[in-house]
Design a protein around this ligand. Structure first.
Ligand SMILES: Cc1cc2nc3c(=O)[nH]c(=O)nc-3n(C[C@H](O)[C@H](O)[C@H](O)COP(=O)(O)O)c2cc1C
Length: 200
């Protein structure tokens, strides 16, 4: 077992997996674009069905063009803490392969699964660089499709991600401060089954 970050695994996993978590209090400092691009570079090395690489990332750096606009696409609860982050991005997946608009277009069964794999790598690379990445689906989706000019014919907005270095807890609205701690997990035996699926 491994112990770190107030967490304990059941088997000897790398500490990295326990140290990644989703804080809400960031340090109000913009990410250097090269750090963000390093994180996205890692993300885009994820595996994907037929190597379709259906993930897309659209980002805004803190207090740079598009920052306020991107913030406004989140539900108010998320805005209340994401405003302290250093970068905000949306992960979009392409739902079909083949040239857009062509007769060869074919549904990609795993477009969300593949984009999720990219998000996993993104979060771990952020952690390795000393940042944390916090995923969100608390998004005004209709507004986001429109503002980001993402066509629902070909793409799905999967999630948003705030990235930054951990900051002062006291800047969080009351009620969120006591929740600012790494969460536990279900026992492994609740989710990993040898030979026979268990519905629970
Ligand atoms: C796809 C996805 C959507 C999430 N949506 C939100 C959200 O809208 N707001 C929020 O505060 N946290 C959100 N979270 C964070 C989760 O609550 C968090 O990852 C989970 O409680 C596990 O905690 P940990 O990441 O610290 O290990 C989201 C996480 C994921 C992966």
């Amino acid at each position: 077992m491994t112990s770190s970050n107030f967490r304990q695994s059941e088997f000897p996993v790398d500490q990295l997996f326990l140290d990644r978590w989703s804080p809400r209090a960031f340090d109000n400092v913009a990410l250097p674009e090269s750090d963000l691009l390093t994180i996205l570079d890692a993300a885009h090395w994820a595996p994907s069905s037929f190597n379709h690489q259906p993930w897309r990332f659209v980002y805004a750096l803190r207090e740079a063009p598009h920052w306020d606009e991107f913030l406004g696409l989140l539900i108010e609860f998320n805005q209340s803490w994401v405003k302290t982050a250093g970068a905000l991005l949306f992960i979009v997946s392409r739902t079909q392969s083949g040239e857009i608009g062509s007769a060869e277009q074919k549904a990609i069964y795993s477009h969300s699964f593949d984009a999720g794999a990219a998000w996993g790598s993104l979060a771990l690379q952020a952690q390795i660089l000393g940042y944390q990445a916090h995923g969100m689906t608390g998004i005004h989706f209709d507004k986001a499709y429109q503002a980001l000019q993402v066509s629902q014919d070909d793409f799905r907005i999967e999630a948003a991600v705030a990235i930054g270095k951990i900051g002062d807890l006291n800047q969080l609205p009351e009620g969120l401060r006591e929740r600012e701690t790494p969460s536990p997990r279900k026992p492994l035996s609740d989710v990993a089954f040898n030979g026979k699926f268990v519905s629970k």
